[in-house]
Design a protein around this ligand. Sequence first.
Ligand code: PLP
Length: 366
Amino acid sequence: MIKFLDLQKINMLHQEAIENRLLAAFRSGWYLLGNEVKTFETSLARYIGASHAIGVANGLDALRLIFRAYIELGMMKPGDEVIVPANTYIASVLAISDNGLIPVFCEPDLVDFNIDIARIEDCITARTKAILIVHLYGKAVFSKELQRIVKRHDLKIIEDNAQAIGAEWKGMKTGALGDAAGFSFYPGKNLGALGDAGAVSCKDEALAQTIRAIANYGSIKKYVNLYKGLNSRLDELQAAVLDEKLKFIDADNARRRAIADYYAENIKNEKIILPVLPADPLSHVWHLYVIRTKNREALQSYLTQYEIQTLIHYPIPPYRQEAYREYNSLCFELTEQIHEEVLSLPISPVLSDVEVEHVVEILNKF
Ligand SMILES: *Cc1c(COP(=O)(O)O)cnc(C)c1O
């Protein structure tokens, strides 16, 4: 059986190092807002090339907190609009609507699944305050044109970097491209914790301080509350694990790239459209390897028969969900085509050459 993702195997790769860090954090007797979190925040900020990194409870909170902080700072207000790709994971949209902001959906590009930058200006109105770009499946989305658009319309760029830690655009890492970014360390992400965890990175000091305060009951000084905050802190145990695993992220991402290259070169089946290898290999960290096919159901059950696990990212777009009834009548053709055709193949740092070759062999016989 080839698992879609073998989390046990992934974490056991670094068993001794992780267990040592966990044990040290356990024995320290200090479990929140301590040295492990500080150390990880410093490591993450340095890795990304961002001025500030703030550990938080999960990826959704990371994004929610960014918008919330802009509201507290008077730079956005409920009713303002945020442009977001129509084909993202629902968390991107929840972060917007949870703050009383209005998501404005933009079609993606069928080739790389990311927001189509050429369509962004059509989505801009007098109320637009930000663009939430999502580096979907691990592929960085950014361009000079995007920079010109935000300058022309005085907008913020917020990055949903949940899937793309380590990806680069012109030598700069995602998470340091826009004004602020949200990271998820959900166990299945490229940098995964042993439970929920997340982080925000940003350029601006005031924004960083505001996010830090809101995530801690709206307080910087204990029992003095500046905002109606929440409790969204990264804990010491998760921070210790993440700080250890961050050392291996480049090697892990390189292995993912090698698998993607192998798939690209060897999958030969007219019924399957492969994801395009980007001109700059470092711009993609292959969180997911997503193919398209008109015969998805048949292909998925065929692969299941051969004990190859696949998943669909994602079966239903956010605006078609019951949770967003108010947007159910919207129609985005490319987004819907993507949701009908995509299938994610196994890809991970622990997938062996033999397994990858087997997946290819089975796929080519479909
Ligand atoms: C995983 C993910 C999130 C949410 O992260 P959690 O840690 O699960 O809250 C947000 N956006 C995208 C694109 C994701 O893949």
